[in-house]
Design a protein around this ligand. Sequence first.
Ligand SMILES: [Fe+2]
Ligand SMILES: [Fe+2]
Length: 269
Amino acid sequence: MNTLRVLLLGDLFGKPGVNIFIRHIDDIRKKYRVDATIVNGENTAFQNGMGITPDIMELFKKYKVDVVTSGNHIFDKKEIYPYLTNNSDLIRPANLPNIAPGKGFTTFVCQGFLIGVINIMGRVFMSQHVECPFRTIDSILMYLSQKTPIIFIDNHAEATSEKLAIGYYFDGKVSGVVGTHTHVQTNDARILPGGTAYITDLGMGGALNSMIGVKKEILLQKMLTQMPAKYEVATEPPYVLSGVIIEVDTKTGKSKSIETIYLVDHESL
Ligand SMILES: [Fe+2]
Ligand SMILES: [Fe+2]
């Protein structure tokens, strides 16, 4: 096999996000001939969309997800800490402190080829104080690039400038740099000059008429009054599922194509 087709999905938010993934994953795999699946799961906790729990990881395994990436919400649910320590199919931003639970990158085998996945967090407009994303990935690549040319980066950041900078800096060094965290899919998916597939943000899975998956009324009220608010998962249809399919050359690790998926349905939960 000369190429692999990798599905990457943006932040799945709460039960609506996990459920739209379950409803469509088989069809997507068939339609796009998907070989490997990587999803961002930092908002999958059913209770309020903040963090992820071990039972959600079991569900992802059941649906044959290869790697789950995350972001700033990774430590929101304490019950995930032992899982992060003991497993390598869920990763957290590599530039968080080393002493925190979990790993920042991982590998898995797909059709006999090793695929590397790195999770990184931006520093612009993010609340956590993290190490330099550029130098952190540089040091991971010194090790990982010896193992495989097929490497994807989940670029969990807020500012389009910083996300694009990470894309350009690693162009030609990895197969794909895909953004997460803003939950809104951008219209800039392309192959960069060096052969790296890029999108500023994959978008999300969850209630479409929400704000980042949260009930819009709650966030609007918060913005209007500047008073604290308790987030609740938006549950009303329609629902959205978004991400990309990247086709990568298994020999060079360069990408041949990137295609966006943006799917809306009106199924009930
Ligand atoms: Fe998120
Ligand atoms: Fe995030």
